[in-house]
Design a protein around this ligand. Structure first.
Ligand code: UD1
Ligand code: MG
Length: 466
């Protein structure tokens, strides 16, 4: 008994009003269809076929390698799409789940229950339904006098009495493969394009049809427009935040924290409002992140503080601080206790343990040694207009305010640089590098300048009376 799945993902999703195929719109950073595939896999589907059509290339490129792809040449409805998918599914799969690529909230638990119920007695199909006060645009589930599912009626074909039905077709089914294949032949065609509907197969099946009412209607909601998409996003965000909070993460205002699926955060970390943790990001325990921190594809160690900062592909070891107002770009690494302060941009650079870049600096393509302090307003001039070069600054260095390091250049351990210096030559260990014009002092200048200004004003007034 092998379990197969067909995922319908060929539709254009007209109501999304998007150049992008609907199933590629992201929920918590992951394309909708990836959520569906994940749930199917977790529920034990051995083989999965995704039916693509509209934007086929883009959808295909976004799919994991372990799923098969079938092309629906023309979008002739969910019945036609299922037929195309079934033809590509390994014949060993005698039970077939059908899911839509636009229901990203579906859980593996619900799918497992569906399979269990479907296999608990001989059935041709089991449909997953849900009951809500107003079933909106969903197909209504019509039951017969005995309470068995008789048919699904799409809204455009429904009578007012049928529209009042709160039970709807979630688009999730389990089928006996042979029964499904037979029932899909010769389905009624609808509309000018002659679309065929998968639910129309139900009354034609040779065998009993069961129904599983989803305990939580939210997880079976389909995304058809951007309002639905936002509702799904909100639901996933609630789930992801709850998971982290149950794992020991504090969020005083959870609604103002945005998470991507797969983000890890350690216990006793506080996520303050305006925190966005995106992509492949892992944060250690005991940190304070936010307010207003965007952390993308980054690693943050234990006990760090990130305030009003933007981090992309950055790595912070334990006890580091970033911000307020810091931008840490790809390839930035802060070793234990290092600090990137206010109006500081770091790129492809390493700050050694305890090193600090506290104010108004750009440090790019640089290595900064242990316990070094970079003065306010320093810049590594890493680009000569053609190529990037590195700046090496040793350990325990003190650079003066407003220094420019014209790379490639090296500053040795325990060295210093004078404020306002443009460092073009290496500074040896323990030396002071200073590169600026000597100051001249002009005594009595202010008084003389003021006297000259007064005389000029008097001359101008005299000129007026003449
Ligand atoms: C469909 C169901 C409706 C159900 C709802 C649940 C039909 C006719 N209607 O309506 O009963 O309540 O889902 O969300 O089945 N697709 C293809 N090829 C096509 C057409 C669609 O692959 O030719 C795919 C779409 O990409 C989508 C899925 O099938 O992932 C459902 O299509 P959609 O247009 O969203 O159908 P709904 O109007 O939501
Ligand atoms: Mg839909």
């Amino acid at each position: 008994m092998s379990l197969g799945a067909v995922v319908l993902a060929a539709g254009q999703g007209v109501r999304m009003k998007s150049a992008r195929p609907k199933v590629l719109h992201a929920v918590a950073g992951r394309p909708m269809i990836a959520w569906v595939l994940g749930a199917l896999r977790d529920a034990g589907a051995d083989r999965i076929v995704v039916v693509v059509g509209h934007g086929a290339e883009a959808v295909r490129d976004a799919l994991p390698p372990d799923v098969e792809v079938a092309l629906q040449e023309r979008q002739l409805g969910t019945g036609d799409a299922t037929r195309v998918g079934l033809a590509a599914l390994d014949p060993a799969c005698d039970t077939v789940l059908v899911a839509c690529g636009d229901t990203p909230l579906v859980s593996p638990e619900l799918l497992r229950r569906l399979v269990e119920e479907h296999r608990s007695e001989p059935r041709a199909a089991t449909i997953v339904t849900a009951v809500v006060p107003d079933a909106g645009a969903y197909g209504r589930v019509v039951r017969d006098a005995g309470g068995r599912v008789a048919e699904v009626v799409e809204v455009r074909h429904a009578t007012p009495e049928q529209l009042a039905i709160g039970e709807y077709n979630t688009g999730l089914f389990a089928f006996d493969r042979a029964a499904l294949a037979a029932a899909l032949e010769g389905l009624e065609r609808h509309g000018p394009d002659g679309e065929v509907y998968l639910p129309d197969a139900l009354p034609r099946l040779d065998g009993p049809v069961g129904a599983l009412v989803a305990p939580d209607p939210e997880e079976t909601s389909g995304v058809n427009d951007r309002v639905d998409l936002a509702a799904c996003e909100a639901a996933v965000q609630r789930r992801l935040r709850a998971e982290l909070m149950r794992g020991g993460v504090t969020m005083p205002a959870p609604g103002a924290v945005y998470l991507d699926a797969g983000v890890r955060v350690g216990a006793d970390t506080v996520l303050l409002p305006g925190t966005h943790l995106r992509g492949d990001t892992a944060i250690g325990g005991g940190c304070v992140i936010g307010p207003d921190a965007v952390v993308v594809d980054s690693r943050i160690g234990e006990g760090c503080e990130v305030v009003s900062a933007h981090l992309v592909q950055a790595e912070l070891a334990e006890g580091c601080r970033a911000g307020p107002f810091a931008y840490l770009r790809p390839g930035t690494r802060l070793e234990r206790g290092a600090r990137a302060g206010t109006y500081v941009e770091l790129k492809n650079s390493r700050l050694g343990p305890g090193a600090k870049v506290p104010h108004l600096s750009y440090v790019g393509d640089a290595d900064v040694g242990e316990d070094t302090n970079i003065g306010a307003g320093n810049i590594t001039a890493n680009y000569d207009g053609f190529r990037k070069h590195r700046t090496h600054i040793g350990a325990r260095v003190r650079t003066g305010s407003d220094c420019v390091f014209v790379a490639p250049v090296r500053v040795g351990d325990d060295a210093m640089t004078g404020a306002g210096s443009i460092i073009t030559d290496d500074v040896p260990e323990g030396a002071l590098g200073i590169a600026r014009a000597r100051q001249s002092v002009i005594e009595g200048f202010t008084a003389r300048a003021a006297a000259r200004a007064r005389e000029a004003a008097e001359r101008a007034r005299g000129g007026d009376t003449r």
